[in-house]
Design a protein around this ligand. Structure first.
Ligand code: ADP
Length: 504
């Protein structure tokens, strides 16, 4: 087949702000192969030195070759920058010697043919390709944080919200592929690429194929052994359900740390796959176990569709973060679901003290901030004659003088961010104080009347405030210590447990 050099015009991508690998952390080196996804090594050849120019022989465009991103079956992948536009790409460099045989060349052309027209947020964007006497060059969207395989190597297991975050993006990309009649046929951690801003993109269309009617499907066994579906092993062909199976294996690997059918011996692995013999750890949530059990079914017909997967309790009842911190590439992230009370606290802190949340601050500083917030609120409320239990505040309106008091009170501790810098859109001191007052009014409204309180509570008490706290509300509840040194926990089910002052 004739080489299809230079028949695509470059489609630019926004340049990645700071293409960089995940920060170094524990675990094996980032370029090591995952146990479950053996890397097929290219033949012995000296690596091309970085910095060399790549020139498109037809257009004359030049690209500076940067760092090596990884090696695949045929290709080495480098960062490459268009010398004129400055646009950064990932370029797959395939030596002509590796595709000398017609079937090898056909494989690369098939990959280009299937990939070039795909345009989806969660599919690696194909830009353009050309070849010279030495190599074929395929220019792709740069995914500077490499792949889920690299994250898995550093982390081994991910939290369920993280798994939902990644799976939702894979499912979105996969749905697009299937709708276009394309099967990926090699869904594995190493083919889920991660961009600079932690977005996932499905890539590597080296084994992809067009969906054919069952009787016309090729019966070749392809894919990564650990993730191959039983019907593929039984040479019944590869349909969309086989991609769904692989996705189930990916989900299992991310949650449990190793693939469901991994054994020391490939034959044994294939036996386990055909018999669907695997274990579901009790440590997984019930919805996670139920979804895995639904996907890993021997008969393709019994597996859920992509839509059904997305409607499963695992996705609908569990929290999925909007984005993940970059640090989650190497360490367990703190993924406490957004808590309206907490964000109100954060907003009030910001408005009263003008401090921005410092990512690196330690826990005790957090505690100080909350103490500050609570005592600040108390000071402003107590110091103002309008805020008395018997002086009702008109709903939806904070007294202007209280707002002034708040502003004055906070000024010595920092700038009051009443507009612009550090202040969220539509958030003013008035709205923040109003929300705080509203929350306090609700508390007061639902308190039992003083006469119903046990005798000691009915007595006027000295002012106490929360001096320390620990928020485990994503699991158990909220623990705190009062300025009186009394320690208590408010459990998520509403139960309140307190130690008496002598801690007995
Ligand atoms: P092959 O098709 O020869 O197996 P791959 O597509 O797997 O080649 O690419 C080899 C390696 O290059 C991958 O493991 C990955 O580390 C890196 N890579 C591939 N595409 C990209 C990309 N778009 N952005 C960043 N790295 C990439």
């Amino acid at each position: 087949m004739e080489p299809a050099a230079g028949f695509l015009s470059p489609r630019p991508f926004p340049r990645a702000a700071a293409p960089s690998a995940p920060p170094a952390g524990p675990g094996p080196p980032a370029n090591a192969s995952p146990r479950s996804e053996p890397e097929v090594l290219a033949g012995p050849r000296a690596p091309d030195p970085p910095g060399r120019l790549i020139t498109d022989p037809l257009s004359g465009r030049t690209y500076t070759k940067g760092r090596l991103l990884g090696k695949g079956g045929f290709a080495r992948c480098y960062e490459a920058t268009d010398t004129e536009s400055g646009i950064a790409y990932a370029v797959k460099v395939i030596p002509q010697s590796r595709v000398a045989k017609p079937h090898q060349r056909e494989k690369i052309l098939n990959e280009i043919e299937l990939h070039r027209d795909l345009q989806h947020r969660h599919i690696v964007r194909f830009s353009h390709h050309f070849e010279d006497a030495d190599n074929i060059y395929i220019f792709l969207e740069l995914c500077s944080r490499k792949s889920l395989a690299h994250i898995w190597k550093a982390r081994h297991t991910l939290l369920e919200p993280e798994v939902r975050y990644y799976l939702r993006q894979i499912l979105s990309g996969l749905k697009y592929l299937h709708q276009r009649g394309i099967l990926h046929r090699d869904l594995k951690l190493g083919n889920f690429f991660i961009t600079d801003n932690m977005e996932l993109k499905v890539g590597d269309f080296g084994l992809a194929a067009r969906l054919e009617p069952p009787e016309q499907r090729k019966k070749t066994i392809c894919g990564t052994p650990n993730y191959v579906a039983p019907e593929v092993l039984l040479r019944q062909g590869h349909g969309p359900e086989a991609d769904v199976w692989s996705l189930g294996c990916v989900m299992y690997t991310l949650l449990c740390g190793s693939p469901p059918f991994e054994t020391a011996d490939l034959k044994e692995t294939y036996r386990c796959i055909k018999q669907v013999h695997y274990t579901l750890p009790a440590s997984l949530s019930l919805p996670a176990r139920q979804l895995l059990a639904a996907i890993l079914r021997a008969s393709p017909r019994d597996r859920p569709s992509i839509e059904q997967i997305l409607r499963h309790d695992f996705f609908t009842k569990g929290y999925t973060p909007d984005r993940l911190p970059v640090s989650s590439c190497v360490t367990v992230p703190d993924l406490t679901p957004p808590n309206p009370a907490r964000s109100l606290f954060a907003k009030v802190t910001k408005s009263l003290f003008g401090r921005k949340k410092n990512k690196n601050k330690n826990h005790s500083e957090d505690q100080d901030n909350v103490s500050c917030l609570v005592s600040g609120l108390m000071r402003t409320s107590i110091g103002h004659p309008d805020v008395r239990p018997e002086a009702p505040v008109v709903s939806g309106q904070a007294p202007a003088s209280l707002i002034e008091t708040a502003a004055e009170d906070s000024s010595p501790r920092g700038t009051l961010a009443s507009s612009g810098d550090g202040f969220e859109e539509g958030l003013t001191v008035a709205t923040v104080v109003e929300s705080a007052l509203c929350a306090l009014r609700n508390c007061v409204a639902f308190m039992p009347p003083a006469e119903q309180n046990p005798a000691p509570l009915a007595q006027p008490e000295p002012l106490v405030w929360v001096s320390k706290w620990v928020d485990y509300s994503n699991k158990f509840g909220f623990g705190y210590q009062l300025s009186s040194r009394r320690v208590a926990v408010l459990f998520n089910d509403g139960t309140h447990m307190a130690l008496s002052a002598n801690r007995k």
